[in-house]
Write a protein that binds this ligand. Sequence first.
Ligand code: RIB
Length: 301
Amino acid sequence: MTSRIVVVGSANLDIVVPVPHHPARGETVLGADHVQVPGGKGANQAVASARLGGDVAFVGCIGDDPAGGVLRASLTDSGVDVAALLTAADTPSGIALITVGPDGDNAIVVSPGANATLTPDDLASIESIRSANVVQLQLEIPIETTIAAAEAATGLVILDPAPAPTDGLPQRLLDAVDVLVPNETELALLAGRPVDADDIDDIVSAARSLGVDRVVVTLGRNGAVVVAEDTVTTVDSPQIDAVDTTGAGDAFRSALAVGLAAGTDLASAAQVASRVGAATALRFGAQPSLPTTAEVDERLQ
Ligand code: RIB
C-alpha cells in the first residue's frame, strides 16, 4: 500500500518583485515587473511532495476569491487530494509579498487571510490526518490548529518551525513532533541564543536543546546537519547560482517527508533533500519551481 502524506498548513498567492536589493527601513526600491504565483509553505510542501512521487492530501483554507481558485488549481494540477481544502466566505486568500534579490535571496511578508480561519474544530472530522503515515506541518496557520493536527496524527510528524515564534514553541507541540526541521535562523530563535552557523558543535548543541529527538538543521548552500538521538550527520549541498530560493526550504522538507514515508533513514533522506532544495532554487517562483525527481537530476547536471 502506498504511504499517505498529509500536509496541514497555509496556501498563499505570492506577489513577487525582483529587486536590485531588499528595501531597508523607510527605503523605497524600484523593482522589475511583479509576478503572481501560487505559494504558501503548506501548499508548497503538498505540491513538492506530490511532484516527488508522494500520495498527498492537503488540509487548509483559501478565500472565496480569484486567488483561491489559483491556489486550488495548482494543488489539483499536481495531483494533491484537496477534499479537505476549505473555502472561507467573505475572507481574502492568504497572500505573500516577496522581494527576490540578485543572489536569489528573498524577504517575505505574509498576510494570512483565510489561513487564519482554520480552527482545530475544522480538523476534527478529518480522518486522513489520523491515519497518515507522515504529517507535514508549518506555522502559517493558527498554532492551536497545528497542535491539534500534530496530536491527532498517529504517523510521523515533521514540523517546519517557520515563521519561528520569538518565544519558543509550545511544549504540547514539541511533544507531538518527531522530526523538527529549522533553518539556522529559526534554530537560534528557538534555542533562545545566537548560534554560530560555521560551528557544527554549536549547531548540534542548540539542536539538542530543543526537546525533539530528531532535528535537521538546514544551512542553505552549506547543506544541512542531521542531529538524531546518538548520531550527527553533515550533508553537503550542490553548489549552484541560485535564481530564487523561495520554496527551496519547502522542497527540502518535502523530500524528507517522501523519503521517510518510503522507509528511508533520516540521513539518507536529507542527502536527497539537499539536492531537491538546490534544484528548486535554480528556478523562479515557489510552486512553479518545485521539481519532479527527474527534474532534480536534469537541473543539477
Ligand atoms: O516558503 C516560501 C513561502 O513562504 C512562500 O511561498 C510564501 O507564500 C510564504 O508562505
